[in-house]
Each structure stands twice: as C-alpha cells, then as structure tokens.
Design a protein around this ligand. Structure first.
Ligand code: PMP
Length: 384
C-alpha cells in the first residue's frame, strides 16, 4: 500500500510540474513585442560580418546595417534626437502649426519628414538640385515641402543650409502664418553627434563584446564619426578612428595636416563650390561643429576615389548580395585599407549608411555603366 501510495503522489507531482512548466513556457512564448509607431523602430540595427572583405583581408570587417533603419538611413537616429531635443527646449510643440526646416542632401530630410508626420509638424526641406531624384521624390510623397536650390558655396545666401535657416526665421517672424519655424541645423547642432554617442557607439561596443580595433566612417556633418569615435575612444585605449573621405573633400587635409583646403586647388571657394564627387552624403569643404566635436579622436584619414567606390559597390553586390549606397561603398574601401594597414586578425567596424535604392538615378546608374563581364575582385577595386 505504501509503495502504491508513494507512486501515486509521485505521478501527481510529475503532472503538476509539467503543467507548471507549460504555463511558464506559454507566457515566455506570448511575451508582447510591439513598437509604439515607426519611430520606435529606430536604432538597434544589426552588425554584419562582410564575409568576402573579411576573407580577402584576413581581418574581420563589420558593417553596421543602417540601411535597415525605418527611414532607410543612419540619419533616423539624428532626426529623432534633433526633434526631441527641440521639444525638450520648448522650441517645438506637436500639432501647434510649428514647422521644421532643414538643409540636407536628402537623407536627414527623409528621416525628419517621416518623424514630423508622425509628431504633427510640417517639414520643409532645402536641398541641392544635383542629388539623386529618389530622395526628393520620396520627400514629396511624405508630404514635406521641398525647395531645390543650385549647388553653391556656404558663403552664398542661396546655399541650401542658408536657405533653410532663413525660411525658418521668416516663419517665426510671420504675422500671418501660424506656428514657429525651427531650423534643425544638423551641421552645427550638437544633438547630432550625441545621437551617435548615445546610440550607434554603445550599440557597436556591445555588439562587438567590447573588442573593436578600428572604426572607419565618412563625414557629411561629422556626427557619426564624432559620436561613435568619442564613445569608443573613451573605452578602448588602442582603438583607431579613421575618416573615410571621398575625392574632392577638404576633410582629409584637416585630419592629415590640420588645414582645411589645398590652396592650389582652391577647394571651398567660388571656383569650386562643391565637393567634386559622385558620392552623396559624405565629403565636405568646410569645418562643422559636429566634425570638430570628434576631431581630437580621429587618428587617420583615407581618401577614396569615385572609381574605387563604384567598383566596391559592385563587388559587394556580386559577392555578398549587399546593395548599398555611395557613402557605404566609400566606407568599405577605407575599411579594407585600414584592415591592410593593421594586418590580419584585427576587427574593423564601419557604417552601411543607406541602401542602393536611394542612389539608382546617379551613383548606381554610373556603376551600371562601368559594369563589364569581368568578375569583380578586391585587388581590382583597390587598383582603380
Ligand atoms: N551617408 C549618407 C547617405 C548620408 O546622407 C550622410 C549624412 N549626410 C552620411 C553618410 C554621413 O553622416 P554624418 O552626417 O553623420 O557625417
């Protein structure tokens, strides 16, 4: 009797413990994961091992997949921080008629446009008229106002950043138009680099388990390079921070020689108003607050030609199925060169800023034209 009784108790215990496990399992499986609007999907992008580049260099080359951001680029993080900081400072109030103005080559505009829609602001974007048409079309679809201006040097009143600043001031001063004008000012506003110091930098550090040998990125405003560079340098004594600079940009000389322009080339003057490259979003011929915020942390600069960027973009598609935009291609060329300088066994992290779909009408049109039947190789890319 004792034996049977003990068996029965045991059986009951087993059943109840199975039930208990089941109910725990169920709550685990059914845990909610719901984002509060599109804006809540910004950040926490994957870090991708770019296999072909890693194998070819003997290093680990990792790309932060910012093209997977909901607004399609690394600029989502910045746009959100610019808006939130302005709201905290009471410079913007949702659904009050307040308008957001920005000068951008496009990506920041797209990010601002979708965030403004969701938060109840009108976005007014000023951009140069020589950028890929995908960005301005998308802005219009998102309901933003778009002002296209001819490319001009920063000293010119009609330059896209100056136009945005002036329009914002006019909106604030207007007695007939309701709402204030807020100039987001991504080039000078420190909220830009802080978005990367608080987001992109910590994410990379954690995703790498604290082991990063080099961080490589181009600079448009300088926010990414400064924010991530500063964050990593404060934690890793030996990490190298490297600027990837397209042809025609003045930032290379700023890092290498402490000066901005090659006087002989007269870059940044009226004779050469623009950065002379097919690449969009990085490379600039003036010093910005967001670049200067991180300049003390930058160890080196690498100049990348348009031909190298075009060939790298094609190589990434051929070997990885990775369809990236022009600035990502520049970053990957500079990441490879950094890996080669460091030697095998090192880990180099870079940014995959946006997708090739944003660059079909310009960069990828050219990349398509140069496409031949020959198989792409990394040696071929670097030999361009
Ligand atoms: N890539 C693209 C496509 C961009 O639009 C930008 C921003 N202008 C960058 C890279 C560079 O980022 P940052 O402004 O942080 O230097």
């Amino acid at each position: 009797g004792i034996v049977i009784g003990a068996g029965a108790v045991l059986a009951v215990q087993t059943i109840s413990s199975v039930r208990r496990q089941d109910s725990t399992k169920k709550t685990q499986i059914l845990k909610e994961d719901i984002r509060n609007g599109l804006e809540d999907c910004i950040g926490n992008t994957p870090l991708i091992r770019i296999k072909h580049l890693s194998e070819a260099t003997g290093c680990e080359i990792l790309g932060k997949a910012e093209f997977l951001e909901p607004g399609g680029s690394v600029k989502d993080r910045v746009a959100l921080k610019l808006i939130k900081t302005a709201e905290e400072a009471n410079l913007l109030t949702p659904h009050s008629g307040d308008k957001v103005y920005e000068g951008t080559v496009g990506s920041t505009g797209v990010s601002l446009a979708f965030i403004c829609r969701a938060r109840g602001y009108l976005a007014h974007i000023c951009m140069p008229n020589d950028q890929s048409t995908e960005k301005s079309s998308l802005l219009l679809k998102l309901g933003a106002m778009v002002t296209l201006v001819p490319p001009a040097p920063i000293v010119d009143k009609g330059q896209f950043v100056n136009r945005a600043r002036a329009l914002a001031a006019a909106q604030t001063a207007s007695e007939t138009e309701p709402g204030r004008g807020f100039f987001a000012d991504q080039f000078e506003n420190p909220a830009n680099w802080k978005a990367h110091y608080e987001g992109t930098g910590p994410e990379i550090y954690q995703q790498c388990g604290g082991r990063v040998d080099a961080f490589v990125a181009g600079a448009g405003t300088g926010g990414t390079l400064s924010g991530v560079g500063k964050y990593l340098k404060e934690r890793l004594e030996s990490v190298r921070v490297v600027l990837a600079d397209p042809q025609g940009s003045g930032l290379y000389n700023r890092i290498k020689y402490g000066v901005m322009f090659d006087i002989k080339e007269r870059e940044g003057t009226r004779r050469r108003p623009q950065v002379d490259t097919i690449v969009e979003g990085i490379g600039i011929n003036r010093v910005t607050a967001n670049f200067e915020a991180g300049r003390p942390y930058v160890d080196d600069a690498i100049r990348v030609t348009d031909d190298e960027a075009l060939a790298m973009a094609r190589l990434l598609v051929e070997k990885e199925g990775l369809f990236v935009g022009s600035s990502s291609a520049v970053n990957c060329v500079a990441a490879v060169r950094t890996a080669m300088k460091l030697g095998p066994g090192h880990r180099v992290v870079t940014i995959l800023c946006d997708s090739g779909t944003r660059h079909l009408s310009k960069f990828w049109k050219k990349a398509g034209e140069v496409a031949g039947d020959e198989e792409m190789t990394l040696d071929g890319v670097l030999g361009c």
